[in-house]
Write a protein that binds this ligand. Structure first.
Ligand code: ARG
Length: 490
């Protein structure tokens, strides 16, 4: 284990700040180190890229650059192995690493911060983190979406009601419901993809707020770290956390999609709905009620969504009212930004692991639409197909529904003679649509629940999920990035 300790007191003390250490309680209270430890690998890569650039433009001797890069990569490996210990006592991880380098490499370590401020350094570490985490999360969202589409293909024969106002509305296939869940997640995936793009610009070289008079080349850092571009305005860049807002928003969107899916699952597993059975492997019991088989996993997913929304709202409120440029308030972005990835991926994995232990009960599902009332619109549409104006068809069907209710019989049991007494246009063909399977098969409009439309939707889902997966794979992992930075010529 190696410790990152400063050679002589706090590294950022100057005659302006006073050479004495900051009041210990205030240093401890104001330090971001406890959160920053999760950013250490990003920061080390950023510094290694910075050293590479300093060497390229002649601001560092080759030997110094080699020593600095070697030390940074060694720390990266320790951090990857979990053996790098970052003790308290510095304001942030950036200071702690510089302190360690200065301790290990003496005067060479003191050259690292040339043409750099912590303001652009923090922005760089955060952008690397967001880009990486958003890509990893996108990959997992894509995996879940594909899994939902595969499951949908196995559930095409299950017919159940779709709901509006949580009242039975119209019959649909379970494949169609699974497709709806997948579509929501896909859109959240698209937002993640945008979040990747927003983070994907290099801020390094912006300095404290206005650039540097030293002859740096920001594109070298961008290129080494695989950023397609550099940011445009230094003052904007160092106070910009829009990319972090976009990331927490994307995370919240994934969690919202999962949370709505979870509510369907929670409802459908109740004995009131009973469309889904919970497998023992994911069922939680009650400490008191022996009969209980609870869908806790899905309730927890819904619960976690509130924390995702909390992360987004804390980011929004954090930047509201800040002046242009950097303000220390921004350090409080850490918790929201750093917790979003594990929070979202945890929920994605829970749903993915949980859903395979849910099974539809086809009989209960179709029984919920077998009395015919959810096919009333189909009856009206069958009359429209015979040439009747929709409002007239709606009224005639309404009367049919009313008379069935009056007689306390299901709509599907009304006789043709009784129907004809209400309106002569009723015939066998019209009443045939009371069969839920016929009604489902008839909804052939684009986006509808007819089997051929659902197949098309699943093809679209697969295609978009693959596009998103490709996007995610195109973003280097931190390990791949290390190899890239390491192999950059100096
Ligand atoms: N510790 C701060 C953070 O992590 C960085 C401080 C940067 N600038 C400053 N002048 N204090 O956001």
């Amino acid at each position: 284990m190696t410790e990152l300790t400063a050679p002589e007191g706090n590294i950022a003390r100057t005659s302006a700040t006073g050479r004495d250490e900051m009041v210990p309680e205030l240093l401890a209270w104001s330090s971001s180190l406890s959160h920053d430890r999760l950013l250490v690998r990003e920061d080390l890569l950023g510094s290694a890229a910075h050293v590479t650039m300093l060497r390229k433009v002649g601001l560092l001797e080759e030997d110094d650059a080699r020593k600095l890069r070697g030390a940074l990569f060694a720390m990266f490996d320790e951090a990857s192995a979990g053996t790098l210990v970052v003790p308290d006592g510095e304001e942030d991880i950036h200071m702690a690493i510089e302190a360690r380098l200065t301790r290990d490499l003496a005067h060479v370590g003191k050259r690292l911060h040339t043409a750099r401020s912590r303001n652009d350094q923090v922005a760089l570490a955060l952008r690397l983190h967001v880009r990486d985490q958003a890509a990893r999360t996108l990959g997992e969202v894509g995996g879940l979406v594909r899994e939902l589409a595969m499951r949908a293909r196995r559930e095409t024969g299950v017919i159940l009601p779709a709901y509006t106002h949580r009242q039975r509305a119209q019959p649909v296939s379970a494949a169609f419901v699974l497709g709806a869940w997948a579509m929501q997640l896909l859109r959240a995936g698209e937002v993640l993809s945008v979040a990747i793009d927003r983070a994907n610009q290099s801020p390094l070289g912006c300095g404290a707020c206005s650039g540097t008079s030293l002859p740096i080349d920001r594109n070298v850092v961008a290129n080494v770290l695989d950023f397609p571009a550099v940011t445009d305005n230094a003052l904007d860049t160092i106070g910009d956390r829009d990319f972090a807002i976009d990331w927490t928003y994307a995370g919240a969107r994934v969690l919202l999609a999962l949370s709505r899916l979870a509510t369907d699952v929670v409802d459908f597993t109740t004995s009131e709905f009973a469309f889904l059975r919970i497998g023992d492997a994911i069922a939680a019991g009650s400490s008191m009620m022996p009969q209980k088989k609870n869908p806790d996993v899905f309730e927890l997913v819904r619960g976690k969504a509130s924390r995702g929304v909390g992360n987004l709202s804390s980011m929004l409120v954090l930047v509201k009212g800040l002046p242009s440029g950097y303000a220390r308030d921004l350090q409080d972005d850490r918790e929201a930004v750093l917790s979003t990835g594990p929070l979202v991926r945890g929920a994605v994995r829970a749903v993915r692991a949980g859903i395979v232990h849910l099974s539809f009960d086809p009989e209960t599902c179709i029984a919920a639409v077998s009395d015919g009332s959810t096919q009333a619109t189909d009856v009206a549409e069958a009359l429209v197909r015979k040439g009747m104006p929709f409002r007239e068809a709606y009224k005639a069907t309404g009367q049919l529904v009313h008379s069935a209710r009056e007689r306390k019989i299901p709509l599907s049991k009304v006789s043709l003679a009784d129907a004809c007494a209400i309106h002569p246009s009723f015939d066998e063909g019209v009443l045939a649509v009371l069969d839920p399977r016929v009604a489902v098969a008839a909804k052939k409009s684009a986006g509808g629940t007819a089997p051929e439309r659902v197949s098309e939707q699943l093809v679209t889902i697969d295609r978009k999920a693959s596009e998103l997966a490709r996007k995610a794979e195109g973003i280097p992992t931190l390990d791949a990035l290390k190899t890239r930075v390491e192999s950059a010529a100096i």
